[in-house]
Design a protein around this ligand. Structure first.
Ligand code: SF4
Ligand code: SF4
Length: 103
């Protein structure tokens, strides 16, 4: 078996194509998952701000929660969430619970 020459190896440690990280669905690494209780969420956006993976999605629209009506809603994109728990730690009203990931 012959080994490839250095000039034949793919370039490493550089991003050769913008946006390519979207193909790497890091959610499969997760052992725990955050769950947002929409009835407790006060729409402060702190989870969205702190998530290191950009895995909190802000949805625009009209969302009725009991008697209240909101124009935004926050959801977790489980394709990319790694379950680090930062969002739950930072949420000022503890509207995010971290639960075990089930197969
Ligand atoms: S658990 Fe971590 S990666 Fe997942 S949404 Fe919260 S802050 Fe983002
Ligand atoms: S940090 Fe908590 S209260 Fe604020 S938007 Fe996120 S889930 Fe809602």
């Amino acid at each position: 078996m012959s080994l490839p020459r250095a000039s034949e190896l793919p370039i490493g440690a550089v991003i050769t194509e913008p946006g390519s990280s979207r193909r790497n669905k890091t959610g499969s690494w997760r052992a725990f998952r955050p769950v947002i209780d929409d009835s407790r969420c006060i729409r402060c956006r702190i989870c969205w701000l702190y998530c290191p993976d950009g895995a909190i999605v802000e949805r625009q629209g009209v969302f009725k929660v009991g008697e209240r009506v909101y124009e935004v809603k926050y959801e977790i994109d489980y394709d990319y969430c790694k379950g680090c728990g930062i969002c739950a730690h930072e949420c000022p009203v503890k509207a995010i619970e971290i639960v075990p990931e089930t197969p």
